[in-house]
Design a protein around this ligand. Structure first.
Ligand code: TMP
Length: 200
């Protein structure tokens, strides 16, 4: 099964993606977006660089380029071999950040993602829902430097959160919403319950 985790910055999805991959068994591939391939990690550096100004469409196309590479190198081969793959973000991030928050259009971005991935969407997407103010407090507590997206502040995160709600209502069968304000163990239990429910 191909499972993606989604959420605003600071929602805890990276921790949960790791824990899920471990729970699914040793050797379960865990990849992140943008990234997960040599080319994709280089594109990631570019996209997260706070020094860089990017036109929204250029930004979207870079995310899609990294994604096309990841699908070709990792996700499609693993899926065809019948293995699980856990992905920290996938096309829904482009729809929420570039389509909704940056205003490029939800449907337009979905179509572009289809082009980049050959129409591949996760079998299950877990959306970690967290209030943007709480997420910002978590990021501040980590004490690290903000990347290009986090550096844009609360307004972007509010729009992204709104975008995710719209996406979840567009795809209720694929996307499960999880309350990410609980402690990590409870969130992990909710993640496993959803994965188990879809497998059954
Ligand atoms: P992260 O790996 O720390 O979540 O950083 C990735 C950043 O890139 C995050 O702020 C979300 C953003 N992003 C997009 O804007 N569009 C996308 O398609 C993806 C995958 C990520």
């Amino acid at each position: 099964m191909f499972i993606s985790l989604e959420g605003i910055d600071g929602s805890g999805k990276t921790t949960q993606a790791k824990r899920l991959a471990e729970a699914l068994g040793e050797g379960t591939p865990l990849v992140r977006e943008p990234g997960g391939t040599v080319a994709g990690e280089r594109i990631r550096e570019l996209l997260k660089d706070p020094e860089l100004q990017l036109d929204p469409l250029a930004e979207l196309l870079l995310f899609c380029a990294a994604r096309a590479q990841l699908v070709d190198e990792v996700i499609r081969p693993r899926r065809e071999a019948g293995e699980d793959v856990v992905c920290d973000r996938f096309s829904d991030s482009s729809v929420a950040y570039q389509g909704f928050a940056r205003g490029l259009g939800v449907e337009r971005v979905e179509h572009l993602c289809d082009l980049a991935t050959g129409g591949l969407w996760p079998d299950l997407t877990l959306l970690l829902r967290l209030h943007p103010e709480v997420a910002a407090e978590r990021i501040a507590a980590e004490g690290r430097a903000a990347d290009r997206f986090e550096g844009e502040g609360m307004e972007l995160q509010r729009l992204v959160a709104e975008g995710y709600e719209e996406i979840a209502s567009r795809h209720p069968r694929r996307i499960r919403v999880i309350d990410a304000s609980a402690d990590p163990d409870s969130v992990h239990a909710a993640v496993l319950a959803d994965v188990g429910g879809v497998r059954a």
